[in-house]
Design a protein around this ligand. Sequence first.
Ligand code: SF4
Length: 270
Amino acid sequence: MSRNSNNPIYLPNGKAGEYAKWACNFYIGCSNNCDYCYCKRGVLSKTLGKPYTELKKAFKDEQDAFDRFKANVTKYLPELQKAGLFFTFTTDPMLKENRDLHWKAALYAVSQGINVKFLTKRADFIEHLDLERQSDEVKKRIAWGFTLTGFDNREPNASTNAERIAAMKRLHNMGFKTFASIEPVIIPLMSMDCIMQTRDFCDLYKIGLMSGHRDYSRKEIEDFVVRASDAIDMVGGKVYWKESVREFIGHDIECSAGVGSDYDLFNDEW
Ligand code: SF4
């Protein structure tokens, strides 16, 4: 099932497949306007990389997108119950313009016994979605991920990194699982700072390098891997070192906090 089909739910491949087995894309384009945005690169950049979000043309309207989502859930239910569902690769799912449909779909997925992960650079959705008062079932099955780079100036319209960190702490205190996407690592020192600020309330880190970036030295990344692994391990956290890191340093990473790409955030017994 390809990403460009009429199905909102699909099996990502390549680097996206390393991140999530099943994903859902309703929208393309994103107003956070990160200067390193992967949607702005490549042959599809003119459509995927728009500086505003809009429903994919495959859907007549939001109701049609939701109806197709429900049909996909029914069709792939056992696989989705096993692997969970990720929102989203082609926009930020918590933009004011698109978060309501994402949330409606997530609640439907949860009602079908599917675990859901959101990855966002927003921090201004907690009250709007009334997250504090959600049921235990919703809190148990939804994980909130925040991308943290430490560089607000490269993500001009997103919530600041400090606001995202504060939101992560609040959500963790409410009983939700949390994860951080430390990607791209722009400067390892800044990424390390993001880890130190979040490690007491972050259940999982996913760490990856800037694709095509050649300014790091191998030693710099090796030192970062050791320091970050130790810092995360010290508080009982988990880390998935992405292929881009392992490739860059040229070997696998052995650390007691380390997990594979298939680590189940919703099941602590790893
Ligand atoms: S939040 Fe993600 S999709 Fe949006 S501009 Fe930044 S990198 Fe692109």
